[in-house]
Write a protein that binds this ligand. Structure first.
Ligand code: ATP
Length: 198
């Protein structure tokens, strides 16, 4: 089975592209969703969160996202610490999920695929590319937040141009080229690559 990564900058359309692959019966692992779950279900991660960020990060057994965001918002060291706590259990969870799948290929969707070190777990990586003005507008509309808030989130991610250079395939989600034909084309190519493995 081939293991494919799917990444891109904030608002590039990773999740939208992943949903199209799901329509083609390709199993998709959503790393951001998984890490949100692990904050509650992984006792080792929970204990580490309390140790490093204080018992207040959980309120009524639920991760207090607003409080955590405040703690790491303007502190790159704390953000790095947070990532170093959550990425290893998410990598492990993805590995277990991948081992349980039966398909010619699977997709792991993650915003921080390179940053979290999971690229080494994967055979090929698809990048979703979109111009920055479009990405900002999409996230402002989707999350009802300001331009500055989107830009702040973007500044914490790896540069888009570098990220796309590290990818094996690119899907252009720039509202000039249609996404679905690009996904279909890639799906056929990946099925072919997967068939060589059998
Ligand atoms: P994030 O990194 O923030 O999770 P993402 O890369 O997963 O973002 P999506 O959530 O898929 O991006 O897309 C961002 C927003 O833009 C969504 O509201 C989505 O519906 C919209 N969008 C994505 N692609 C297109 C498109 N081609 N045309 C119109 N809207 C789009």
């Amino acid at each position: 089975m081939l293991k494919i990564g799917l990444t891109g900058g904030i608002g590039s359309g990773k999740t939208t592209v992943a949903k199209v692959f799901e329509l083609l019966n390709v199993p998709v692992y959503y790393a951001d969703e998984a890490s949100k779950r692990l904050y509650h279900t992984d006792p080792v991660l929970k204990a580490a969160m309390v140790k490093h960020f204080g018992a207040d990060v959980y309120k009524n057994e639920q991760l207090d996202r607003a409080h955590l965001a405040q703690l790491v918002f303007n502190d790159p060291g704390k953000l790095e610490l947070l990532n170093s706590l959550v990425h290893p259990p998410t990598l492990l969870d993805a590995e277990k999920w991948i081992a349980s799948q039966k398909a010619p290929y699977i997709i792991k969707e993650a915003a921080l695929l390179f940053e979290a070190g999971s690229a080494g777990q994967l055979d090929y990586i698809i990048g979703v590319a979109a111009p920055v003005h479009l990405r900002i507008k999409r996230v402002m509309d989707r999350d009802a937040i300001s331009r500055e808030q989107v830009q702040h989130r973007m500044n914490r991610q790896m540069d888009e141009i570098i990220k796309m250079r590290l990818c094996d395939f690119i899907i252009h989600n720039d509202e000039q080229q249609l996404v679905i034909p690009q996904v279909l084309h890639l799906h056929e190519a990946l099925l072919k690559l997967a068939s060589h493995l059998q």
